[in-house]
Design a protein around this ligand. Sequence first.
Ligand code: AMP
Ligand code: MG
Length: 405
Amino acid sequence: MIPLGQAQKRVLEACRPGAAVEVATSEALGLVLAAALRAPEPVPPFRNTAMDGYAVHAADVAGASPQKPVRLKVVGTRAAGSAGAVDVGRGEALRIMTGALFPDGADAVAIVEETRADGDHVEILAPASPGVHIRPAGDDIAQGQSLFEAGTVLGPGHLGVLSSAGVSAVKAFRAPVVGVLSTGDELVEAGAELRAGQIRDTNRLTLLSLARRDGFGVVDLGIARDDEAAIGAALMRGVEACDAILTSGGVSMGDFDYVKTVLDRIGKMSWMQVAIRPAKPFAFGTIGAVPVFGLPGNPVSSMVSYELLARPGLRKIAGHLDSDLLRPAVRGFVAGEGWRGAKDGRTTYVRVTAEFAADGRLRASSSGGQGSHQLYAMAQANALAVTPPGHELVDGDPVDVLVLS
Ligand code: AMP
Ligand code: MG
């Protein structure tokens, strides 16, 4: 067996970031920025009011109160989006709405709540300090300011900032397209009749969904029978259409595990026994330049193998920074009940529900049956509790978790 870290290293050494391409900002959610960005425009682009009210001279209203209102002549009304030259002189006020261009001359906002309209005049009922409720141009982002470094993962807030500063396209790494192939004579498609000895294909949909969740493109390569020609044909379709391929099944010690035979013939593969439970068998290599991840068949194993081994490699292809490829182990959790680590030298990844408990502690409790075929508990889990070999935990013991969602 090899330690997980060594298997991850092999994967990461072989996976390279894909091409950097020009992408419309509107299509860039989840992509990794390939070059640093500066703001071409200031945000906000002009001085404007943060409140509805009147643009006034602070000096005019310094002594205003409900008992001694200051009466000003209203020279116009300005909505957000309108401009035009209006000069606010002494003794005058311009009615302005939130977001409207703040007029030259005036230096303070009398908020509408502290005024009383009176025909073409307004009574100001409180003093207004210079500058308060006025948002200067560039108050959020200065023109030319550095915005985001290469390696930034573009989230909704980032895209909003780019929109606000007039950045309509960015240089980002193209999301890899991942092909997913199930293998096994026992597998049938959803909706098909289940005959004796058959099971429904589970891994294809979970792996396609994991890849989609992680922001990758996907290609469904279907189910290949345990037959060398069928497996070979499906893999070649994947090589044509995809930047990486995930297979499940056929990589363990069974008599009909032909994925191994075929990949050895058409690819350059390493076959690993990784010191983890579940998901010990793992194959990784390349067909031409396309990385291939041979994940184990049991549904929990294939998901855990994806999380620990395939996802980091795919994230590297997607341009994520080296420091951002693996899920970090989060400290500070306590076990909600006892459990045991494997006795054969493997680290066990216990499917757990990690939560803020009522007693204020971060608690990780088993989410159900821990067999590698028992996908139900994996679906219920939001984290994997990292249990070192031979380790026996009792209720309340500290445990590290990998947060999945
Ligand atoms: P294998 O590695 O091909 O021997 O598969 C190990 C176990 O995983 C067997 O019980 C298979 O039936 C099961 N298995 C393989 N592929 C899938 C799949 N796509 N969906 C559900 N179970 C699978
Ligand atoms: Mg099989």
